[in-house]
Design a protein around this ligand. Structure first.
Ligand SMILES: [Cu+2]
Length: 99
């Protein structure tokens, strides 16, 4: 929950600077968790097209910003996630079970 509030705060802070730039940096997706590697801070997600990024559906490995994001992640679970582009690499910044 703390992370969601933080993400909202960052969103609002960047909103004033230009939402277009922000939209290019961040995407929202939905998918199914295929693998969780907490030691390497990596998660494999079979995802649909990612809104906000030019990415079709696929199964891929993402780096996560913080390994604690994976504490509750379970293989087989359907999740909503957000991803950002960090020096060319896709980094997952939030993972939440789909409601
Ligand atoms: Cu992908």
């Amino acid at each position: 929950m703390k992370k969601l509030i933080l993400a909202a705060a960052v969103f609002l802070a960047l909103g004033g600077a230009g939402l277009d730039a922000f939209a290019q940096m961040m995407g929202k997706g939905e998918g199914e968790i295929r693998k969780v590697d907490k030691d390497a801070s990596k998660i494999t997600i079979k995802h649909g097209p990612i809104e906000g990024m030019d990415m079709p559906g696929m199964t891929m490995v993402f780096q996560v910003r913080d390994s604690s994001l994976l504490d509750k992640a379970k293989v087989g679970e359907t999740v909503n996630f957000t991803v950002t582009k960090d020096s060319g690499a896709m980094v997952v910044t939030s993972v939440e079970p789909k409601k």
